[in-house]
Ligand binder design. Structure first.
Ligand code: SAM
Ligand code: SF4
Length: 326
């Protein structure tokens, strides 16, 4: 389906929960947030119906996210049910990786195509501090299990924070030489988390540091995916580096996605608080055509660009990343 700015919308990010077993400093306050209640969260049957209707309207790629999707009971069966719809060409997951050692083989068997794993630092103490209650070794084992299970091409998401060190970059360089993975550096967005959290290096500095590590100059590259990253490769590396710059160099003109929050709101733009309630009509007995009309309304409501492109200060956003579905 095309929106009013001539962009084709074929990608849906579906949040299955707002809950998480981590509290990343840029995403959630240490005490967590007020969780949605059981009744507020869409059931798997409701999510499945919406995905089925929206795929009729042109959604081909679905990414399951949260919160942490793997903390929701029954998630593997839900993945299998989405796959059985037969309409989703690329079914992926974003996860903090900590529960992948337990679930990776079952997710692959259920039909999940690939995963993105968030990993901001490989310094165990900084990782523990950054995530508040996460253990680096669990996420690293998660990366290994995803590769072993064939949930590929695998991507590592690295939000740029002050925790990132030369040792982290050396680890990521090692990864792209050993495996055909993409390591993506992401500018931190002003969505929740602690305002006093120290900013990290900018993208230009990371590129300089990667090149200075001695392997040569970054060359333009490509990687499979639906997102806005711009990819580069070090000479002879199997994997790539991606840079996602929603703030310094926004990519709104190529935006191809909508988000569905765990409480059943369609969100046309991550960085705008406009949301369309689909849960109320769904539970009131809306027909497939009526739900499709809400999807079309959300597509029409997509702004041409996010508000950070237009204002010098950060507007206050109502929901945190974990509550929207990153
Ligand atoms: N819990 C899963 C995870 O961490 O991968 C999925 C949900 S998380 C909200 C999705 C992605 O959003 C993660 O890669 C995370 O690093 C990113 N994220 C969260 N808050 C962010 C922020 N303020 N700015 C940029 N990225 C953020
Ligand atoms: Fe949880 Fe992901 Fe947010 Fe970290 S970024 S607190 S793992 S939802």
């Amino acid at each position: 389906m095309r929106d009013g700015h001539d962009r084709t919308i074929h990608y849906l990010r579906v949040s299955v929960t707002d809950r998480c077993n981590f509290r990343c400093a840029y995403c959630m306050p240490p005490r967590g947030v007020k969780w949605l209640t059981h009744d507020e969260i869409l059931t798997y049957e409701e999510l499945l119906r919406l995905i089925a209707v929206f795929s009729r309207e042109g959604i081909r790629n679905v990414r399951l996210t949260g919160g942490e999707p793997l903390v929701r009971k029954g998630f593997v069966d839900f993945v299998a049910a989405v796959k059985r719809l037969g309409t989703i060409e690329d079914l992926s997951l974003t996860t903090n990786g900590s529960l992948l050692p337990k679930f990776a083989p079952a997710l692959k068997a259920a039909g999940l195509d690939r995963v993105n794993i968030s990993l901001d630092t490989v310094d165990a103490a900084k990782f523990a501090k950054m995530t508040y209650c996460g253990r680096l070794e669990d996420t690293l084992r998660g990366v290994k299990s995803a590769l072993a299970a064939g949930l590929t091409p695998l991507k590592l998401n690295v939000v740029l924070t002050a925790a990132l060190t030369a040792a982290d970059l050396a680890f990521f360089i090692d990864q792209v030489y050993c495996y055909p993975i993409a390591v993506r550096f992401i500018e931190r967005m002003p969505l929740g988390g602690s305002a006093s959290f120290e900013a990290g290096p900018d993208i230009a500095a990371v590129k300089r540091l990667l090149e200075a590590a001695g392997h040569g100059r970054l060359e333009p590259a490509t990687a499979k995916g639906n997102g806005p990253a711009r990819y580069w490769r070090l000479p002879k590396s199997q994997g790539t580096f991606g840079f996602i710059t929603p703030i310094s160099e926004h990519f709104c003109n190529a935006c191809n996605r909508l988000r569905l929050t765990a409480d059943g709101r369609l969100r046309p733009c991550l960085l705008s608080d406009l949301e369309i309630d689909v849960r109320t009509p769904l539970r009131a007995g809306a027909s497939d055509d009526e739900l499709a009309a809400l999807f079309a309304a959300a597509v029409r409501a997509k702004p041409d660009g996010h508000s950070l492109c237009r204002t010098s200060g950060y507007p206050g956003f109502g929901r945190r990343m974990s509550q929207i579905g990153g």
